[in-house]
Design a protein around this ligand. Sequence first.
Ligand SMILES: *[C@@H]1O[C@H](CO)[C@@H](O)[C@H](O)[C@H]1NC(C)=O
Ligand SMILES: *[C@@H]1O[C@H](CO)[C@@H](O)[C@H](O)[C@H]1NC(C)=O
Ligand SMILES: *[C@@H]1O[C@H](CO)[C@@H](O)[C@H](O)[C@H]1NC(C)=O
Ligand SMILES: *[C@@H]1O[C@H](CO)[C@@H](O)[C@H](O)[C@H]1NC(C)=O
Ligand SMILES: *[C@@H]1O[C@H](CO)[C@@H](O)[C@H](O)[C@H]1NC(C)=O
Length: 341
Amino acid sequence: MDTHSSASTSSLLSLLLLTLLLVLGSLPSPTLSTSERCHPDDKRALLNIKKAVTIPDHLASWNASNDCCYWDYVECHTETNRIYRLLMYDTSIHRPIPPSVGDLPYLEALVFNNINNLTGPIPYSITKLQNLKMLSIIWTPLSGRIPDFLGQLKSLEYLDLSHNQFSGSIPASLANLQNLTGIQLAANRLSGSIPDSFGRFKDNLYVFVLSRNMLSGKIPKSLSQLDCDSIDLSHNKLVGDASMLFRENSTVRGLDLSFNRLDFDLSNVKFPKNLTFLDLSHNRIRGSIPQQVTELDLWRMDFSYNRLCGRIPVGGKLQQFSYESFIQNRCLCGTPLSDCR
Ligand SMILES: *[C@@H]1O[C@H](CO)[C@@H](O)[C@H](O)[C@H]1NC(C)=O
Ligand SMILES: *[C@@H]1O[C@H](CO)[C@@H](O)[C@H](O)[C@H]1NC(C)=O
Ligand SMILES: *[C@@H]1O[C@H](CO)[C@@H](O)[C@H](O)[C@H]1NC(C)=O
Ligand SMILES: *[C@@H]1O[C@H](CO)[C@@H](O)[C@H](O)[C@H]1NC(C)=O
Ligand SMILES: *[C@@H]1O[C@H](CO)[C@@H](O)[C@H](O)[C@H]1NC(C)=O
């Protein structure tokens, strides 16, 4: 009885041991402490990043003997324990963005904000981050073209590359990012025209900001399909028609087209019903201001420095704006400007 029992116990034990060995064997790196939340692959990638950027003071917490889930600038997901956010800000990196950022496959947010002396291009390895939802590289001296391959980041929902020194044209491939809700490329040195493909963003896109660049040419007709909340194309060199952005049932609330060379007749446009912010100043816009503008609940409105003519419509909020919203046009008249003759 005893013999039998101990025999079955020992076979049970060896089964357990075998299972344990199999489990341990399948673990990526048995040399690291099992009590860490941090995944060893993530730790390795982060240490490679640290090696590549050499900003020791800021990354003092990135110490191999500690659990990387508790390091500064990173966050581990509560369920997977994988690094899913890498948020670098307010520091100085005298190197390019390290290619090892591509070795953090669970990354959902990658942020470089206000980084001095960051150099070189965005690494191609970033395309390995197929779970990336947010890419934000702002206030850095990064220059060169915005790479085509960003269009491969299929999960991306928010792309902000504002306040850098990117030049060249905007890649049409960004329109492949069909889950994008925000795209901000403001304050770079981007030139060329707005890609026709951007009409494909349709109703997912909420924020569309290309302001303060050197974009030229006409606004693509395809943008009439955008159903954004906020569109800012101001401070560029755009020419011609912008009436495709004015549809009565467009969802747009904020529309800033100021400081361009737009030249079209405003007389017959239909303003989006929900428009609260409208800046058309400093263009070459012709015609008159449609009466329908009085139906809008505007808190900011600027028609100044254009070639508009005729009577300023009376009603709604219109007369609450100062004359500065209307000055320097060809022949606008009526309150708050002088009476029409
Ligand atoms: C890392 O942490 C260990 C233990 O806390 C410490 O002894 C070591 O000096 C640290 N290394 C660095 C480079 O800070
Ligand atoms: C780093 O950037 C700062 C501020 O932008 C600048 O003053 C400094 O010269 C730069 N250093 C190097 C080594 O490029
Ligand atoms: C895009 O969003 C939809 C709806 O939220 C989601 O089902 C889909 O997986 C997303 N696509 C990618 C590539 O993330
Ligand atoms: C806009 O309104 C018109 C008329 O009210 C309607 O025929 C059209 O389908 C609407 N378009 C959208 C995109 O809702
Ligand atoms: C305008 O705003 C209202 C209230 O937020 C919303 O219900 C409506 O759908 C909006 N209309 C359009 C065309 O976006």
